[in-house]
Design a protein around this ligand. Structure first.
Ligand code: SF4
Length: 390
C-alpha cells in the first residue's frame, strides 16, 4: 500500500481536526440502538424466503446494504425487480422515485415497499407536474412547443415520466443521456430539448458530449414567472434546462479539485455528471455510479483518487480497495440525507410486518400514470446501443 503524507486524508486513514474532508466520522451515522436488529432482520428475511426480494441502492448505508439481495443503481434495480416475478414483495432500499420505477416495471401482483416514506429525493422534488405543465404552456405561448422534445432523468417522479411519454419524449439515465439527447434532436426539425430535473446532467451532456455551447442552453426557473425567460430566449435556445440539482453532487466545488491536485500527487478526479459544469470540466473522468465503481475496481494498486459522489459509496469503495488511496471530494462529511432515511429499524419494521401479513408503505403508481411512464421508459430502452445505467 502506498502511503502519502497528506493534509487531506484518504478515507478511513487517520484524523485531521482542522478539516473533516475524507476523514472517518464515527458516530455520524449512529449504529442501530437495538443490538438485536441484525438478528431480527435475518430472521424476518429467512421467514419470508423467496417471497421477498430486497434491493439496495449503492448510496445506502452498510447496515442496510448487508441485507440486499442485489445492489445497483436505480434503473438496474428496477430491472432486477422485474426479473424476479416470483417475488411477491419487493423491498426497495432507496428513495421514492426508484420504488415508483420498480412498481412500473414489475407485474401488478408484486408489491413494492419503501421502508421509510420520508425517503424522497430533493432533485426529483424540484420538478413538480404542475410546474412542468406551466412551463409547457409558456413554450406553447412562445410558439416553440411543437419543436420541443421533453427528456427527463430517471431521477424524477412517475408523473413527470408520464408527461414525457405523452409529449413524445423519453427518460434517460446518466449513462445514456447523450444517446437520448441525440435521439431527441433528431425527432423534429430544429428541435429543442426541455430537460429535467437536473440542469447539470443536461448541460454537461449537451456541451461536453454533443458539442453545443453554453449559450445554446437556458435555465428555466420554475419559481419565476415564465421561468425567468423571455419568449425570445426560449426561441433561441437549443437546451432548456430545468433549474434542479442534486443536493449531494451539487456540493462539490472546483476549488476543492484545485486543492486536492496541489496536495495529492497524481490524484485523479472522478466525478458523477450531476456535478456542476465547472467541476466536471476540471475532472479527469466523469461517469455514472456504475462507471465510478468499475473505474476504481480496474485502477492499479497505489493509484490515488478523489471521488465526487455520495459518501456511503465512496467509503465502501475505500474500504474495499485498501491498496488504493481514495479520498472524498468535499470539505465536509455529507451523505444523501434522504437515502439515509432507510435504516435498520425501518427495514426490520417493514420485513417483520410482511411476516405478519401486513404490507406497509406500499408504493403504487396509478394505472394511467404507469401507462404513459412506461411509454417514456420504453423509448429509452429502444435507444441505440448503450447500457442503460444510472
Ligand atoms: S443523491 Fe441526489 S439524486 Fe440521489 S437521491 Fe440523493 S438527492 Fe436525489
Amino acid at each position: 500500500m502506498t502511503t502519502i503524507d497528506l493534509p487531506l486524508l484518504p478515507l478511513g486513514k487517520g484524523t485531521d481536526l482542522s478539516a473533516e474532508r475524507g476523514v472517518e466520522c464515527p458516530g455520524d451515522l449512529p449504529a442501530a440502538s437495538d443490538p438485536d436488529l441484525v438478528a431480527r432482520a435475518e430472521a424476518a428475511k429467512a421467514a419470508l424466503g423467496e417471497k421477498v426480494f430486497v434491493l439496495g441502492h449503492h448510496y445506502q448505508r452498510d447496515e442496510v446494504i448487508q441485507f440486499a439481495d442485489v445492489t445497483g443503481d436505480s434503473f438496474k434495480l428496477a430491472r432486477d425487480a422485474a426479473a424476479r416475478p416470483d417475488a411477491e414483495y419487493i423491498v426497495f432500499c432507496g428513495v421514492h422515485f426508484m420504488a415508483e420505477s420498480a412498481d412500473i416495471l414489475t407485474s401488478p401482483d408484486q408489491k413494492v415497499i419503501l421502508p421509510d416514506l420520508a425517503a424522497g429525493c430533493s432533485m426529483a422534488d424540484m420538478a413538480r407536474l404542475a410546474q412542468v405543465e406551466d412551463a409547457w404552456d409558456a413554450l406553447v405561448d412562445a410558439g416553440v412547443a411543437d419543436q420541443v422534445v421533453p427528456i427527463t432523468y430517471m431521477n424524477s417522479s412517475a408523473d413527470i415520466k408520464a408527461f414525457c411519454g405523452k409529449h413524445d419524449g423519453a427518460v434517460c439515465t446518466s449513462s445514456n443521456a447523450d444517446v437520448a439527447l441525440e435521439w431527441a434532436f433528431a425527432q423534429k426539425p430544429d428541435a429543442k430539448v426541455l430537460f429535467f430535473p437536473d440542469q447539470h446532467l443536461g448541460r454537461n451532456t449537451a456541451v461536453l458530449k454533443l458539442g453545443y455551447s453554453l449559450e445554446d442552453c437556458v435555465v428555466w426557473n420554475p419559481l419565476k414567472p415564465n421561468g425567468g425567460l423571455t419568449a425570445e430566449e426560449l426561441r433561441a435556445a437549443k437546451m432548456i434546462l430545468w433549474k434542479g440539482h442534486c443536493s449531494v453532487h451539487g456540493r462539490f466545488s472546483a476549488d476543492v479539485v484545485d486543492e486536492l491536485r496541489a496536495t495529492i500527487p497524481d490524484v485523479q478526479i472522478l466525478v458523477h455528471p450531476e456535478c456542476a459544469h465547472e467541476v466536471v470540466l476540471k475532472a479527469d473522468l466523469v461517469g455514472s455510479t456504475e462507471f465510478i465503481i468499475n473505474t476504481i475496481e480496474a485502477a492499479p494498486a497505489g493509484s490515488s483518487w478523489a471521488i465526487g459522489t455520495e459518501l456511503n459509496l465512496v467509503k465502501r469503495l475505500a474500504n474495499a480497495h485498501p491498496d488504493k488511496n481514495i479520498a472524498f471530494l468535499d470539505k465536509t462529511v455529507c451523505y444523501c440525507s434522504t437515502m439515509n432515511r432507510i435504516d435498520l429499524p425501518h427495514l426490520v419494521w417493514a420485513l417483520e410486518s410482511l411476516v405478519e401479513g401486513n404490507v406497509v408503505n406500499q408504493i403504487e403508481v396509478d394505472g394511467e400514470t404507469e401507462r404513459w411512464a412506461k411509454v417514456a421508459l420504453q423509448r429509452m430502452l429502444d435507444l441505440p446501443g448503450r447500457s442503460h445505467k444510472d
